[in-house]
Write a protein that binds this ligand. Structure first.
Ligand SMILES: NC(=O)c1ccc[n+]([C@@H]2O[C@H](COP(=O)([O-])OP(=O)(O)OC[C@H]3O[C@@H](n4cnc5c(N)ncnc54)[C@H](O)[C@@H]3O)[C@@H](O)[C@H]2O)c1
Length: 254
């Protein structure tokens, strides 16, 4: 049996949206458990700070700044990550934008809707499409996309986010089945509200609406998100694919 803090020893993990928030906590935990971690993020300042923090802790990390929706840059970066150690074992996609909140569909900008779909769905599509060939080389891989309870339940007045996360859940289920016999698993996580920088600017009334729906009556933490995420992308999670795991303090019991 592997010691828990060495679960990812010898593995290479790519964490998209790993500069802060849930992805940041997942990147830290993967690195602390032995993975070499490539952090991808559109925000160069927070990315550099994250890689610096990991390196100063004696962990192995590298960073790539770019927009997940840029297919050519993504293909180039995944190739570089693979060439780093000639392997790619784990991909975690924590990239996501909320888009407008508290806006009924009739007032919701079509341009904003397209932008949310582009980042949350097309980005996930590209990352999955471009990563699986490298994992197929090794007949092993773990891909995890961070979806949302909003994609399962459909939070009102944020149609772009709800539609994009439902779309992402469909992608996870379909592609999970597509690769079910390959050694590569593709799963999702559906958190309720987690305290991160992402929701600092969310309308307090929307946040209260979401927190009130949680039976545990509190927000989740990024450490709780990292704990379940790291199990999902570990070798132990070998009989789970195409599934969207709950992280909702009892809100979703399905
Ligand atoms: N925080 C919550 O309450 C919550 C709840 C449910 C689901 N989620 C989902 O979890 C994921 C992470 O959320 P978070 O709260 O940590 O958010 P966050 O904003 O703190 O982190 C997201 C990261 O993605 C990066 N990013 C955004 N757009 C990008 C792009 N186009 N290309 C590359 N990087 C990009 C950001 O720079 C940021 O570092 C998101 O998908 C979010 O929808 C969050």
């Amino acid at each position: 049996m592997t010691k828990i803090d060495e679960r990812f020893k010898g593995q290479v993990a790519l964490v998209a949206g790993g500069a802060r928030g849930i992805g940041g906590a997942v990147a830290s935990r993967l690195a602390a458990e032995g993975a070499r971690v490539a952090v991808l993020d559109v925000n160069k300042n927070t990315l550099d700070a994250k890689v610096d923090q990991l390196e100063k802790s004696g962990l192995q990390a590298t960073g790539f700044a770019f927009d997940l929706t840029d297919e050519d840059a993504l293909a180039d970066t995944i190739e570089k990550v693979y060439q780093w150690q000639q392997r790619l074992d784990v991909v975690v996609n924590s990239v996501g934008i909320v888009g407008p909140t508290g806006i009924p569909i009739v007032d919701y900008s079509t341009e904003e809707f397209r932008k949310v779909m582009e980042v949350n769905v097309t980005g996930a599509f590209l990352l999955t499409k471009l990563s699986v060939p490298y994992m197929s080389n090794n007949n092993y891989g773990r891909i995890l996309h961070v979806a949302s309870i909003g994609g399962k339940d459909g939070n009102p007045n944020m149609v772009g986010y709800a539609a994009s996360k439902s779309g992402l859940i469909g992608l996870i289920k379909g592609v999970g089945k597509e690769y079910a016999t390959s050694g590569i698993t593709i799963n999702g996580l559906a958190p309720a509200v987690i305290a991160t920088e992402m929701n600092q600017d969310t309308d307090p009334q929307v946040l209260k609406y979401m927190a009130d729906k949680i039976p545990m009556k509190r927000l989740g933490t990024v450490e709780e998100a990292a704990a379940i995420s790291c199990w999902i992308v570990s070798k132990e999670a070998s009989f789970n694919t195409g599934f969207v795991f709950d992280l909702s303090g009892g809100r979703a019991v399905y």
